[in-house]
Design a protein around this ligand. Structure first.
Ligand code: SF4
Length: 228
């Protein structure tokens, strides 16, 4: 008679209750905290303005690519006024390698002009004010609020967070705003910013799109999509 294989005790069943899912998320967080105790934003910056510009540049690009462009950019453009008064053609050339350079140029100049008109040239620290700036959506605002201002207002849902949240069965949604809402109900608020940075790092190093390294993943026993 064949021996029955015991299922991993902590892996999600297909009928997971809300309480079970919360408990599983708690274990996922504990394991990720050990693996990535210092996870933080990979975009280099020394001010809220630099982080805002870098985050706008990171859309459809990689942080590594943005980090190649920003040292020269930040040395030249030190304040919102510098971006607001620049020739778009010059800025387009300077950020060309990050892709979508025309739209990004428009966003950065428009954002800088709005900062001067509405906020005296400084970056505001509320979600409401940030998302009213040209080129700044909830994702960008979350990066700036969480990373620079230390405010857990939401969870950054980029391509890595979206993919891993789905693989972990923490959401059934496709829309980043709805995914964020699902994650905000499962992850304790004081962990929101860290959780985003951590999933992004995990997505780059281990849970890589199309070739996840489940065999070395610290949360494989808690993941319903694990291949091991
Ligand atoms: S077990 Fe595999 S699919 Fe699940 S999070 Fe880890 S690497 Fe990704």
């Amino acid at each position: 008679m064949p021996t029955k294989t015991k299922a991993p005790p902590t892996r999600r069943s297909s009928h997971e209750t809300e309480a079970e899912r919360r408990a599983r998320v708690g274990k996922i967080i504990a394991r990720l905290e050990k693996a990535y105790p210092d996870a933080t934003c990979a975009l280099q910056h020394t001010s809220a303005l630099e982080l805002l510009v870098a985050t706008i540049l990171s859309a459809q690009s990689t942080d590594a690519r943005v980090n190649l462009v920003t040292p020269a950019l930040f040395a030249k453009y030190r304040a919102a006024q510098d971006y607001a008064g620049t020739d778009p053609k010059v800025l387009e050339q300077e950020i060309h390698s990050t892709g979508f350079f025309r739209n990004k140029t428009k966003s950065i100049i428009g954002m800088a002009q709005a900062l001067i008109e509405r906020h005296g040239g400084t970056v505001p620290d509320t979600m409401e004010q940030l998302v009213r700036l040209p080129g700044v959506g909830r994702k960008t605002a979350n990066v700036v609020l969480g990373t620079w201002f230390g405010k857990n207002e939401g969870i950054v849902v980029d391509t890595h967070v979206q993919r891993i949240a789905t693989l972990l069965a923490l959401t059934k949604e496709n829309d980043p705003v709805k995914i964020e809402r699902d994650l905000m109900t499962l992850v304790p608020r004081d962990k929101w910013t860290w959780f985003s940075h951590t999933l992004i790092r995990h997505g780059r190093r281990v849970c890589i799109a199309r070739r996840p390294k489940c065999e070395i993943c610290v949360i494989n026993r808690l993941c319903p999509s694990s291949r091991v």
